[in-house]
Design a protein around this ligand. Sequence first.
Ligand SMILES: [Zn+2]
Length: 108
Amino acid sequence: MDDTKAIETKLQAMLNDLLARAGAVEDDLRQPLDDDLPEQAIDLADDEALAGIDDVLRREIAEVRAALLRIENGTYGSCAKCGADIMDKRLEVLPTATLCITCARAAD
Ligand SMILES: [Zn+2]
């Protein structure tokens, strides 16, 4: 992995974007419920959907942060399972990948 700086910039941008989206979702969750009962049911259903999105966002944020940490400690781009280099092409598509293509396929 020669170009970790570019990947780091990309990951940082991804993180900022995810944090902005998570912030927007949380603002929406904090909105008070409508007094009207049918409206309240809709609000609750909406909030449940948002809570689901929030979980996905949280996981993505954790993955991006873990990738940035691996860049910091110099283990980025090595497979977490077999230690082989993860192909640049794979990291380009999936910058948060922790497994080489062989191990990722074996895990499926
Ligand atoms: Zn591997």
